[in-house]
Design a protein around this ligand. Structure first.
Ligand code: C2E
Ligand code: CA
Ligand code: CA
Length: 721
């Protein structure tokens, strides 16, 4: 089966997820890039701006070293340098350590790239051991080594604050016997000095500096290197990062992070709004507003979803098209609102019949589309028949008609005869088949349910071919009138004839009416055929009269579709008058089912036809519908007993009783009788005995071309004279 067509418009189908995610990733990338750029710029700024003071100190040390004679006067120079109280090293030009005071954490293994290189004059190296002290905003000091520290406070310090408000977090061991952490706070050379205990070696001091105790700062230890002649002096210095720098950094980080979060939230909101909107639109798209059930789109979408499910693989289904035949008429005679109310009732009934895995949709005003479960066509037919029976009784004041077409959807099987999932399924195709089955249902199918099969496809193709050719065939007079004589069973005399159509098609050869009349009835061309037949019969009769034949009435079939026209009697009269044929030579045959439509209109037409001098007969009496009841109201001249009476099961004793009674009934209603389809002598004798007026059947003659019928007339005339 072919792939399904697209059911949901593209816009509804694709949730817009990929686009926004790409945009988000792009924005996130750009923001992160900007963040890095800002950070490195800030880093450079801080290092260069914060390092100046320390650089001056180191330059001073370098000068001392140079002036003191450097290596040549080593011991006294180192003493001088040691007074600066710094960790430092002297390196030769190959990076070899010539002297070291304090701990060398400059990572001097020759592989380390400088953090910063100031025009070859100053180099900054990362301190590989982070023994600096962090001071966080609430003033806690985190001490990496438990030693007694000396804190040097400079600038705007406040003794009180230093001593009391700043809590210095040290472990129990680092407090004195009174539980005090801070031992002493005093003015130092470079600022406030705070001594406190730590669990290091007794009395050892560590040097920690705060640039401003009011604000927040932290110390970043780095190693700074300055060339001294052929050698290098590298010393540990501290880059102080204060609140301002930190605030700038944090503001930037927070701003960028906020930006990212906002973008993210916007994206999420956009996606959620998009998804809910899509859901809402999709719901509208598949919902029938009048019944709140699925509409046509919903039927296809949900139906296909159901059929494609893995759990549906083992089940057989059926696509069903149910049509409320007289919906339009009902709306026209009442109102659309009342039509809607009936629709609601119908939906209610249908819903009560729906099983778990079944789909019901109101796909068009008069159309109900379903996907039902079930594998047996007969069972499906029974189920739908009972639904239709229930629906036909839905309104006690009206008789409604429903028809259903079904296309069975069997289980799909693989080579090993195992059920497989219907990965692709075109429900529209199946539904179309169901509609075709319903469309081509014969009018006298009492059940109102038709199951699709391949023969229907052939029928459909044939119907299309016929429809394509019909107009031209009429224009070219390809339709031929055959005459089937009617004889008196007692005297064996020709009493009449029936005109029957034949199609001599240049493409399809000789075509019998059974293959074209139902198609013409469906596509409306039957009215033109009826005109054609009446006109041709009238012309033939006229010519025969002119040639001196003793003409008998010829009956013409008038389709029930034609009978709805209120001026049908006038049309027939005018057609016959145009040719100039006496009205008594033309008889009009109505099929029995015609009497079901609008009784009053039909009675009117019959009366008019009779008043114009035409004979009117009821065709196929006894077939399909039972119309005994309508007989009493119809002022008909002739009753044609259906051929079925003389064929098959009906032909027995019981059949004879019915025929006998029918003839008696007709006589009491002042009607003549014609028995159709009589093929054997016994039947003729029986009918003669019962007082049947005429026999039209193969026993006397088959329908024959015009010339053969002329022969029959001649013969009849000769016998009479
Ligand atoms: P119908 O009006 O009941 O016509 C009688 C049919 O029974 C004719 O079939 C005829 O050939 C057949 N028949 C007559 N006697 C016997 C018999 O002894 N044995 C058997 N087996 N059949 C017999 P036909 O000509 O094939 O027509 C079929 C139907 O097509 C007609 O049934 C009529 O309903 C329709 N039809 C034919 N011509 C026209 C037409 O010009 N206009 C309309 N509206 N319908 C037509
Ligand atoms: Ca007929
Ligand atoms: Ca008939």
């Amino acid at each position: 089966m072919a792939k399904t067509t697209q059911r949901i418009p593209k816009k509804l189908k694709k949730p817009h997820v990929v686009g926004p995610i790409i945009v988000f990733l792009l924005l996130a990338g750009i923001t992160t890039g900007i963040m890095f750029a800002l950070f490195s710029m800030l880093g450079l700024y801080t290092t260069t701006s914060k390092i100046t003071e320390e650089y001056e100190r180191l330059s001073y040390m370098a000068r001392l070293y140079e002036q003191g004679g450097g290596q040549s006067n080593a011991e006294s120079v180192y003493k001088l340098l040691d007074e600066a109280e710094r960790d430092y090293i002297i390196l030769d030009k190959d990076g070899k350590v010539l002297h070291q005071t304090g701990e060398n954490t400059s990572g001097n293994d020759g592989n380390m790239a400088p953090l910063f290189s100031g025009n070859g004059e100053v180099m900054l190296y990362e301190d590989t051991v982070s023994d600096y002290v962090h001071v966080t905003l609430d003033g806690e000091v985190e001490i990496p080594y438990f030693r007694l520290f000396r804190m040097v406070l400079r600038n705007h310090y406040d003794t009180e604050i230093v001593g009391e408000d700043i809590s210095i977090s040290v472990s129990n061991e680092s407090t004195d016997e009174n539980g005090k952490a801070i031992e002493e706070v005093r003015d130092g050379e470079n600022g406030m000095e705070v001594y406190f205990y730590s669990s290091g070696e007794d009395g050892e001091l560590a040097n920690v500096r705060f640039s401003d105790m009011d604000s927040f700062s932290f110390f970043l230890p780095v190693w700074m290197e300055i060339p001294v002649g052929e050698q290098f002096l590298r010393a540990k210095v501290y880059v102080i990062i204060n609140l301002g720098d930190f605030a700038m950094l944090s503001v930037t980080v927070v701003a960028l992070a906020t930006l990212l979060v906002i973008i993210f939230i916007v994206l999420i909101v956009y996606l959620i709004v998009g998804v809910t909107r899509r859901k809402r639109i999709l719901k509208l798209y598949i919902t029938d507003q009048s019944t709140e059930s699925y509409n046509w789109q919903g039927y296809l979408l949900k139906g296909e979803q159901l059929l494609r499910k893995g759990s549906s693989a083992r089940k057989s289904f059926a696509a069903v098209n149910l049509v409320f035949i007289n919906y339009r008429n009902y709306c026209m005679c009442h109102s659309v609102e009342e039509g809607d109310a009936v629709t609601d009732k119908i939906m209610e009934v249908l819903r009560s019949y729906m099983g778990k895995r079944e789909i019901l949709a109101h796909s068009a005003p008069a159309d109900y589309s379903m996907v039902l479960t079930g594998e047996d066509p007969d069972h499906m037919k029974m189920r739908l028949t009972s639904i239709i029976l229930q629906l036909e009784k839905i309104d006690p004041d009206h008789v409604f008609h429903f028809q259903a077409g079904v296309d069975m959807i069997p289980v799909r099987k693989n080579k090993n005869d195992k059920p497989v999932k219907r990965k692709e399924f075109n429900l529209e195709e199946a539904y179309n088949n169901a509609c075709t089955a319903r469309d081509t249902m014969s009018d006298n199918d009492g059940s109102g349910v038709a199951i699709f099969d391949e023969k229907l496809v052939e029928d459909r193709i044939w119907a299309d071919k016929v429809q394509e050719k019909q107009q031209q065939a009429l224009f070219n007079e390809e339709f031929e009138v055959y005459y089937q004589p009617k004889y008196d069973p007692v005297t064996n005399k020709l009493k009449g004839a029936e005109a029957l159509i034949r199609w001599q098609s240049p493409d399809y050869g000789f075509v019998s009416p059974g293959r074209i009349i139902p198609i013409f009835e469906k596509n409306g061309f039957i009215t033109e055929i009826d005109h054609y037949m009446i006109t041709h019969v009238a012309r033939d009769q006229k010519r025969w009269l002119e040639r001196g034949f003793t003409c008998v009435p010829v009956s013409v079939n008038v389709s029930r579709a034609h009978f709805i026209e209120s001026d049908l009697a006038e049309q027939i009269r005018d057609m016959v008058d145009e040719v100039g044929t006496p009205h008594e030579l033309v008889e009009i045959e109505l099929t029995e089912s015609a009497f079901f439509d609008d009784k009053n209109a039909i009675i009117k037409t019959i009366n008019k036809l009779k008043s114009y001098g035409f004979t009117v007969s009821m065709d196929d009496f006894g077939s399909g519908y039972s119309s005994l009841n309508s007989l009493k109201d119809m002022p008909l001249d002739v009753l044609k007993l259906d051929a079925e009476f003389f064929r098959g099961e009906d032909a027995g004793e019981r059949g004879e009783i019915v025929v006998k009674e029918a003839i008696r009934l007709a006589k009491s209603l002042n009607m003549r009788t014609v028995a159709e389809g009589v093929e054997v002598k016994e039947q003729v004798d029986f009918l003669a005995e019962q007082g049947c007026d005429m026999i039209q059947g193969y026993y006397f003659a088959k329908p024959m071309p015009k010339l053969d019928y002329e022969e029959r007339m001649k013969k009849n005339q000769e016998e009479q004279s």
